[in-house]
Design a protein around this ligand. Structure first.
Ligand SMILES: NC(=O)c1ccc[n+]([C@@H]2O[C@H](COP(=O)([O-])OP(=O)(O)OC[C@H]3O[C@@H](n4cnc5c(N)ncnc54)[C@H](O)[C@@H]3O)[C@@H](O)[C@H]2O)c1
Length: 322
């Protein structure tokens, strides 16, 4: 039986990946600093082990990676507010710990599946972005770029590791995955933030003028792509966008959620600076070109935003809040 390590396995996406791998009869070890609430339902599975600890602990990682066949590296600080309030921690986890894990994987000749982000494209205005498009980033004085830069450096490291040491990898870049279990991370992610405000009967705070757009992909569709990519020989040593191309303005998103959930909240607009301070910079449009996914693994998103939001809203209503 093959054994797979999932870092960040108690997080939103990691928890679904652990579940899918267990369904496919793999032995799974998850390492995460978070409590195991999102994976509580997996704890009785004899093929599952959860270690609540930090991926920054080199001795732990060396020990855990001695006898595994593949590593899905998802552990990261992925909260925009932290990019500006604790950039040091972001770079320690998202850059230094990640590179350390890649080195250990290389020593053990383990295939690496790496979670990157749409943020690597920065503020490139030419959407939709295909995988080879330019990264257009701001100054190093702007803290928000520390996340994008860390993930991009990891991507570079994996390409180099393959070129010079023949270590196989797959990189995928998520474009706003949402669904049940996606937490409100401070001021991080728009759907859970709006949802929390709706469920609490508060006003909805749309940042800026609300015309900035995002695309969204439902978690089941995203995980389907991740698993297919991880086990596809053809997809090895390449990078893929995972997302959808339908753009929603933040104002439109708030209105859609209001309608689907039959909520009563008012929609208001607040300046970005008031929320994130000076070190932040918003990106007006982020749209992936996902034709490579279609070509390599015949993937396409099946769940519409309306359907996905309905499932997400139901989940949080049943849980009585976020
Ligand atoms: N959800 C998205 O739309 C999205 C978009 C782009 C990229 N990503 C990437 O996908 C991955 C998973 O994201 P997610 O949405 O599941 O977020 P998440 O915050 O739910 O998951 C990240 C997990 O990493 C864990 N973690 C952080 N620091 C750690 C440390 N030092 N040691 C061990 N665990 C640590 C956290 O506890 C958390 O459970 C991340 O790498 C993120 O950058 C996600």
């Amino acid at each position: 039986m093959k054994k797979i390590l999932v870092t960040g396995g108690a997080g939103f996406l990691g928890s679904y990946i652990c579940e899918e791998l267990l369904k496919r009869k793999y032995e799974v070890v998850a390492i995460d600093m978070a409590d195991g609430e999102k994976i509580a339902h997996l704890m009785t599975n004899k093929r599952f082990t959860f270690i609540q600890d930090s991926v920054c602990d080199t001795a732990l990682m060396k020990h855990q990676m001695k006898d595994i066949d593949m590593v899905f590296h998802l552990a990261a600080i992925a909260d925009p507010l932290k990019y500006v309030t604790n950039p040091l921690n972001v770079m320690e986890v998202d850059l230094l710990a990640a590179i350390n894990i890649f080195k250990i994987a290389a020593e053990n000749r383990i295939k690496i599946i790496f979670s990157s982000t749409s943020e690597v494209f920065g503020r490139n205005k030419n959407v939709p972005w295909n995988e080879e498009d330019d990264r257009v980033l701001g100054s190093t004085e702007i803290y928000r770029w520390c996340y994008s830069t860390s993930k991009s450096a990891c991507e570079h490291y994996l390409f180099a590791l393959h070129k010079q040491e023949k270590i196989p990898f797959v990189i995928y870049r998520f474009f706003n995955v949402y669904g049940p279990k996606l937490d409100d991370l401070g001021h991080g992610r728009v759907i859970p933030i709006f949802l929390k405000q709706f469920l609490n009967g508060e006003d909805i705070t749309v940042h800026g003028d609300g015309r900035q757009t995002r695309t969204f992909v439902y978690v089941d569709d995203a995980i389907d792509a991740v698993i297919k990519l991880a086990f596809s020989k053809k997809a090895e040593n390449q990078v893929f966008n995972i997302g959808t191309s339908r753009e929603y303005s933040m104002h439109e998103l708030a209105k859609t959620m209001k309608k689907i959930g039959n909520f009563k909240s008012k929609i208001k607009f607040v300046e970005h600076k008031k929320v994130f301070g000076k070190g932040y910079e918003d990106i007006p449009r982020r749209v992936p070109d996902v034709s490579k996914l279609k070509k390599y693994i015949n993937w396409q998103a099946r769940v519409s935003l309306e359907k996905g939001l309905k499932k997400t809203i139901e989940y949080y209503r049943n849980r009585k809040g976020i």
